[in-house]
Structure formats: C-alpha cells, structure tokens
Design a protein around this ligand. Structure first.
Ligand code: NAD
Length: 254
C-alpha cells in the first residue's frame, strides 16, 4: 500500500500540473465490469474462440450466422455491464483537468456511460452496425435473416475493427495528434500487442510526455514508462483521483 500511495501521489501530481492529459485504455479496464479481455490466459475471449473465424472479413463471409450470433452474445454481455470504479475515476479526472482525452481500444461504450465526454473509440462500438459492402452505419434493416440485411441487399455487421482491417483514418490521426501533444499519458489495462494503438505511448514518450501505466502485470511497455503501478484499475484509478482532489483542493476551476 505504501508503494501504491507513493506512485499514485506522484501520478496525481503530474496530472494536476498537466497541460494536456491523454489516457489510453484497453480491455483490462472493463474486466471489473465483467467483460472478458482478449488475451487473459484463463478466461480471455481468444482462449475459447478462434479470432480468424470470428473477427475477420473472411470469417464473416464463411460463417455469417455464427459470427453475428457471437457478436449478439457479446452485446448481451455489454448491455448488462455497468461502468466500474476505474471508468468512473477517469470521468472524474476529466472534470478536474482542463484538457483530457480518453483513447480507447474498447468497443463497449462504458467510458461514455461512466460520463466521460471526450472519447476516441479507435476500434469502433459493438452496439453500432454497418453495411458489410458499403461500410456505412445503418440503424434500420430487414431482420428476417441472420445476420440482418441492408437495403442494398448485403449483410449487416457490427461496426468494430476486425483483424486485418484499417482503423478509421480520421480517428487514428486525431489519436496520434493528441498523444504527441500530451505532456502526461496514462496507459490503463492494455497488453500493447495490438497495433497501431500500441504505438501511441511510444510517440507520446518520444514527444516528451511523462507516462504512468496501470496494469495487473507488466507488459513490454513497462520498462519504458516513468511509473508502472501494478494493480486493478478499479482500485488504482480511484486512489489517484483522491490524491488529485487533495492536491487540487480549491485550485480546481470545476
Ligand atoms: P488485451 O486482452 O490484449 O489486454 C488486456 C490487458 O489488461 C492485459 O495487459 C491485462 O494484464 C490487463 N488487465 C486485466 N485486468 C485488469 C484490471 N482489472 N486492471 C488493469 N489491467 C488489467 O486487450 P487490449 O490491450 O485492449 O487489446 C486487444 C483488443 O481487445 C483491442 O483491440 C480491443 O478492441 C479488444 N477488446 C475490447 C473489449 C471491450 O470492449 N471491453 C473486450 C475484449 C477485447
């Protein structure tokens, strides 16, 4: 606890004096909301399913019904999930700091549900759908088929980035721009194995940002960051918020 209090206080001090804070989050921050991560050996989604069958264009074309039903199963999980103290802490930090951007690889929308306003969803949102052929968001469709059908006749798919697909260019550019411009970055609950998101802390470091990483275990990035805090984001982030509130005291304009 001593180590956590020291490192959390240091992180809070850096955040308190930050001009621009960027937070990069991954599946780990939603774990305490009951949504499994992709790579956790014990219960990660890919330990049970083959990503090439369920999260690629080829997989969808080969087995559209199975892929659609797998996403329905995951949507069900997301519908039942509520933000945990980690999500809520980030929403609180946004209110205490003048410039804060959350870049997430998650597709569950829990940052927004928690009240964070400035979120870049790099990998899409599982609750949204788009036309497989035309790649445009659709909100109504013919659901007599599984998967349902767009007015153009092509199948509807979830609006998430699958393996082998490019990320939305404008969002990716914004993510790199805010990462370069940030003087403090928090990297929370991501293994750092998925590119190009994994490069965001690297460009932030190269641009002189101070970086704190929060994870239940070290990742390859841990040796590069200024401070690594080992622990669950649902415990560590609220602790940082309490330190931040103490530091800011009456200084907070909010
Ligand atoms: P990942 O599964 O590769 O890594 C998860 C990381 O979170 C690991 O490093 C793990 O040690 C850490 N972690 C687990 N529990 C934690 C906790 N309570 N607190 C802090 N850290 C914890 O996930 P990733 O790095 O996000 O990348 C893989 C892909 O997973 C992304 O493309 C993302 O789109 C997708 N994904 C999203 C969701 C979601 O929307 N909730 C769920 C699963 C996967």
């Amino acid at each position: 606890m001593e180590a956590l209090s020291d490192t959390a206080k240091l992180a809070a001090q850096k955040i308190a004096s930050a001009r621009a804070l960027t937070v990069l989050t991954g599946a780990g921050i939603s774990k305490e909301s009951g949504i499994p991560t992709f790579r956790d050996a014990r219960d990660g989604l890919w330990a049970k399913y083959d990503p090439h069958e369920l999260a690629t264009r080829e997989g969808f074309l080969a087995n559209p019904r199975i892929v659609w039903e797998w996403y329905e199963y995951r949507r069900d999980m997301v519908r039942k999930a509520v933000p945990n103290p980690g999500h809520l802490a980030l929403a609180a930090i946004e209110k205490l700091i003048s410039e804060c951007t959350v870049i997430t690889q998650n597709v569950d929308g829990l940052h927004q549900t928690a009240g964070t306003g400035n979120v870049i969803e790099l990998h899409g949102n599982i609750m949204r759908n788009k036309c497989f052929e035309e790649d445009r968001v659709v909100r109504s469709w013919d659901d007599r088929t599984v998967p349902p059908t767009c007015s153009c006749g092509s199948p509807i798919r979830p609006d998430v980035v699958w393996f082998g697909e490019p990320l939305p260019a404008a969002l990716l550019e914004r993510a790199f721009t805010v990462s370069r411009a940030s003087d403090v970055m928090m990297v929370v609950g991501t293994s750092g194995f998925v590119q190009p998101a994994a490069s965001l802390p690297v460009v932030a470091l190269q641009s002189g940002a101070w970086i704190v990483q929060v994870n239940i275990e070290p990742t390859p990035l841990s040796a590069e960051v200024h401070v690594f805090i080992e622990g669950k984001s649902g415990l560590v982030l609220p602790y940082i918020v309490r330190c931040l509130e103490e530091i800011l005291g009456n200084r907070s304009p909010y």
